[in-house]
Design a protein around this ligand. Structure first.
Ligand code: GDP
Ligand code: CA
Length: 319
């Protein structure tokens, strides 16, 4: 059995753990958002790829949900002492080694997919970790410049981390997406998988960004296996993080139904065959098999059961 999971960072990584527990013999491919990627202090940083890699490789800081366990922050403090901007990004000492290796390989001409495979040699995440694209695609957020009052696009990381998504946003722009192609193996994996699963990741800036790479949405629509999505919205709110700040910007209601309808049914030009919402949440998505199951990834067993429910909905549960 081959399972493809479209994933962002924390929600994607935790869900992937559940998939590996539910289907230990399956081949699992994670197609990961790289729209959050950013270059800071000369280092190329891929937050979502690293979150998935560290989580599945048992190097993650479980409480923060990102970055390395037993992290120290000497370099960050030293950079701040120089007044070297930006100071708002959490660059840990251990984490920096990952970014140094990545940056060096990219500078030497290796594509991000090769770099990711090389880093994964160390972490052995147990899934095939594929960046959505080897080309740079960076999510920017259109905000009103407080000084000029005019619209200005800032990098997603600046909006998300520095401003805690509190600056009113009027849109998201995927800079570079028009020239991007799906990463090596991405379309083939989606096309031939027994199941394609949208992790409970941010529908706008994680899953939405992956689907925005020309060719990926079409591959999902034409996939042989069933396509199952999991709502990141439970009881009208994002469980962790600030996904509820992104949905209104693109005109989507912050509810399991709103997100399900945003993805839409494959039978009516959308993407989903099945949609998992949290027990007690109501959602009607025309043309989609909506199932209510516990969606809280609060323990390894709960996470495994959620992944099993997704595989059941894909008809791939017991193959
Ligand atoms: P990021 O890139 O680190 O922001 O992470 P993702 O995009 O992968 O996931 C963020 C989303 O995961 C948020 O919208 C959360 O609502 C969702 N999320 C986090 N924990 C859970 C959980 O236990 N269950 C569900 N259903 N969603 C979750
Ligand atoms: Ca992310």
């Amino acid at each position: 059995m081959h399972i493809v999971v479209l994933a962002g960072g924390v929600g994607g990584a935790r869900f992937l753990r559940g998939v590996l527990a539910a289907a230990p013999d399956a081949e699992v491919t994670a197609v990961v958002n790289t729209g959050d990627d950013v270059t800071l202090h000369g280092l190329r940083i891929c937050p979502d790829l690293d979150t998935v890699m560290y989580t599945l490789g048992d190097g993650i800081d479980e409480d923060r949900g990102w970055g390395r366990r037993d992290e120290s922050w000497t370099v960050k403090d030293e950079l701040a002492a120089y007044g070297a901007e930006p100071t708002w990004f959490g660059l840990g000492d251990r984490d920096i080694a990952t970014h140094l290796v990545r940056t060096r390989m990219l500078d030497a001409g290796y594509p991000l997919s090769d770099v990711t495979a090389a880093l994964a040699q160390r972490w052995q995440p147990g899934v095939r970790l594929l960046p959505m694209s080897d080309q740079r695609v960076e999510t920017h957020v259109v905000v009103d410049d407080p000084d000029t009052g005019r619209p200005r696009a800032i990098h997603f990381q600046e909006w998300w981390i520095r401003h805690r998504a509190a600056l009113a946003a009027s849109g998201f722009v995927q800079v570079g997406v028009d020239d991007a192609r799906p990463g090596p193996g991405v379309v083939e994996a989606i096309s031939t998988a027994d199941a394609v699963v949208f992790a409970p990741s941010n529908p706008v800036v994680s899953i939405g960004t992956v689907l925005g790479v020309p060719g990926i949405r079409d591959a999902v629509r034409a996939a042989t296996g069933r396509v199952v999505g999991i709502s990141p919205i439970v009881d009208g709110a994002a469980l962790r993080g600030m996904a509820d700040r992104c949905l209104p910007v693109v005109g989507v209601e912050v509810s399991a139904e709103g997100v399900g309808r945003h993805y839409g049914a494959r039978s009516t030009g959308g993407l989903l065959d099945a949609w998992l919402v949290h027990t007690g949440d109501q959602a009607t998505v025309p043309g989609v098999d909506v199932r209510a199951v516990p969606l809280l990834m609060s323990s390894p067993e709960a996470t495994r059961a959620l992944a099993q429910a997704a595989l059941d909905a894909a008809g791939a549960g017991h193959r």
